[in-house]
Write a protein that binds this ligand. Structure first.
Ligand code: PMT
Length: 223
């Protein structure tokens, strides 16, 4: 039978990488394909949720049956997410958001000149942290992409960004992280490791993340 543990829930998922423009034809980005976020969106949809997918630059087609919001920069992603936050029950931040953006964005294509060119960057707003600080009823799941010391850095991000759960992703492991069809993750709550998953498809990984989230959300509702 159809098991719809997220029926009636509004779920917002961010996917892909942000684009931080230097000039009209050049930008800074990262290797995110959107696959992890798309798998989460498809899986939340299949669990009965009303899904909004806020997507940056991706190399894949988004799933059907979800509302799409396309953005470029971290700032645009922040605004798109904040606009919808009050009406959202569950947020999952799988997007790879730029931590820094160019201080200046040229209106015209930057001309080749000297032997060296120095780019000056400034911090972007941390979307997840902002959501954590504004949290009321929302269940908030962050990701932590790390290349070592996964437990320590993931737990640190969970606490600093006020998440209910964080998905630790050691992106230095083969078959895990950016652009692959599989992933290897660990789910944490504030007490520590909740689940440590072996290599599996991003869709199966997404289902496991959403199963934990749905169970925790139901538990919170039942008091
Ligand atoms: O898209 P794929 O190719 O399938 O790859 C999946 C993935 C590797 C991108 C995904 O599994 C993943 O790990 N996503 C998080 C990437 C990331 O930006 O991690 P981080 O550790 O730098 O950031 C921690 C958290 O803060 C993330 O939830 C991120 O969305 C959020 N963040 C970061 C910076 C910022 N300015 N705003 C944010 O909200």
């Amino acid at each position: 039978g159809a098991h719809k543990p997220l029926a009636g829930k509004k779920v917002l998922i961010t996917a892909g990488g942000t684009i931080e423009r230097l000039d009209p034809v050049r930008y800074l980005t990262n290797d995110s394909s959107g696959k992890m976020g798309f798998a989460l969106a498809a899986s939340a949809r299949d669990s009965g949720a009303e899904v909004t997918l806020v997507m940056g630059r991706t190399s894949e087609l988004p799933p059907d049956g979800v509302a799409l919001v396309r953005v470029e920069s971290a700032q645009e992603m922040l605004e798109a997410v904040l606009e919808r936050y009050a009406q959202t029950d569950l947020v999952i931040k799988s997007a790879a958001v730029a931590d820094y953006r160019p201080v200046f964005r040229a209106d015209k294509k930057i001309k080749k000149s000297g032997e060296r060119l120095v780019l000056e960057l400034e911090k972007t707003t941390d979307i997840l942290q902002t959501l954590g600080e504004l949290k009321t009823k929302q269940y908030l799941i962050g990701f932590a992409a790390e290349t070592g010391d996964l437990d320590r850095y993931a737990m640190d991000k969970l606490q600093r960004k006020h998440c209910d759960l964080i998905v630790g992703n050691d992106v230095s492991q083969a078959g895990a992280g950016f652009n692959s069809d599989t992933n290897i993750i660990r789910i944490y709550d504030k007490a520590g490791i909740v689940e440590s998953l072996p290599l599996m498809s991003k869709l199966e990984t997404a289902r496991r993340i959403l199963a934990v989230a749905a169970e925790r959300m139901a538990h919170l509702e039942s008091g």
